[in-house]
Design a protein around this ligand. Sequence first.
Ligand code: 5AD
Ligand code: SF4
Length: 480
Amino acid sequence: MTKKYYIETYGCQMNVADSEIVASILGEAGYEPVTDIRLADLILVNTCSIRENAEQRVWGRLDLFRSEKKKRPRVVVGVLGCMAERLKERLLESDKMVDLVVGPDAYRDLPLLLETASSGHSAVNVLLSREETYADISPVRLESNGVSAFISIMRGCNNMCAYCVVPYVRGAERSRDPGTIVREARDIFAQGYREVTLLGQNVNSYSWTGNAFNLNPDPSTAEDEDSVSRSAIAGKNDTVVMLHDPEVNNMQNIGFPELLEKVASIDPLLRVRFSTSHPKDLSDDLLKVMAKHDNICRHIHLPVQSGSSTVLARMNRKYTREWYLGRIAAINSILPGCSLSTDIIAGFCGETEEEHQETLSLMRTVGFDFAYMFKYSERPDTRAARLMKDDVPERVKTRRLNEIIALQNELSASSKKADIGKIVRVLTEGKAKKPAGAMMGRTSGNKVVVFQADSIRPGDYVDVIVTRSTSATLIGNLVQ
Ligand code: 5AD
Ligand code: SF4
């Protein structure tokens, strides 16, 4: 009988993409996914450590998994991802009855670790790697809407922002072979997907120097057949041969703008998004590539974190308020109308009232269309935890966060209101939650649009005239 696994994913889109890699590896090992935990032989939780409350949520889930394991002692419970990396064996020592702990660079080892865990021993692999990108693994799209997919283009992070746990739990930055990225994007387009989001902690520092596998985006060339025949000859080691055959591939020097252009050139009907950009590395070259291709979405997620240069210096962000505003000016001039979203942290170490006001004023100046907003949460072993005091009182952090959220609600509402009367091109994703019979999709600028339609299917592009808006949604009618 095939074994069944159940997986839950917390955290960022990168983690969603990782769960899809895990699903692929488990599928090869003979496991089948289930959505009912009571049917699972293996229960996995892919975890996030970014803030204390992200970890709290996972501890809560582990309580539930423990009660399932008490009922069925042969069930294997595994913790994957960032919390696994951060806490390592300590997860086994907790009272949560965890059998398996696997860090983000160790998923290839899952089949072996599962054998150990199934025989009643605990199994741990939290080694971080300098090379692992899972480039050759085709993700299994677990909870996909069949229209948009994530493609991981790099792993890890070298930035060392003072507050951030990511470099410790995800290791050093490494870029994935661009040929495998283009191939994956081409494949999912052929399967009917119409949108890809290229993912990395800092996509602007994507860099590939070497032989790229099959970079030609035109599927009609013989390249694919070629690699198939080569792999038949190469037998077991085909992946290695395909990725590094110097005869077919010239040395390539590829940065993010070039990669983005190659993916955008696959087909004008394939929308391309990317996330996340670091303001210090967002280049004009990238903006110019975006301007050249209509199918690269007019949306940039550019986490500012704070509007105060002194706070940014303490955060080790390596840019100032003025630099950030300069990048926004460049976006506005090269890509007029481009949507902007951001991440903001309220109450970082030593943040004064004036510094907080600078964040509010920067938000007003930029007029973000959307933002993710957080209270600073000290993470063990980070630079801030080691060297700075988490000295903004909780109630002050809460008040500042509430001010930031209230302002963003106004900005989001006016950004949507400005679209009333416009005709927007929407990629349909599926049924809207409400009203009955309505469909939903997104604009190039990543705004959600709800519209009434009968014969429109997910993946269809439609034009919608916007008639109303809320702070989160545009509402409109199909333009026939
Ligand atoms: N506390 C609060 N927010 C954080 N982020 C990262 N680390 C922390 C932390 N320790 C936020 C940043 C980042 C987003 C993914 O999470 O805004 O951009
Ligand atoms: Fe993603 Fe960071 Fe959370 Fe890991 S810690 S899941 S990289 S947000």
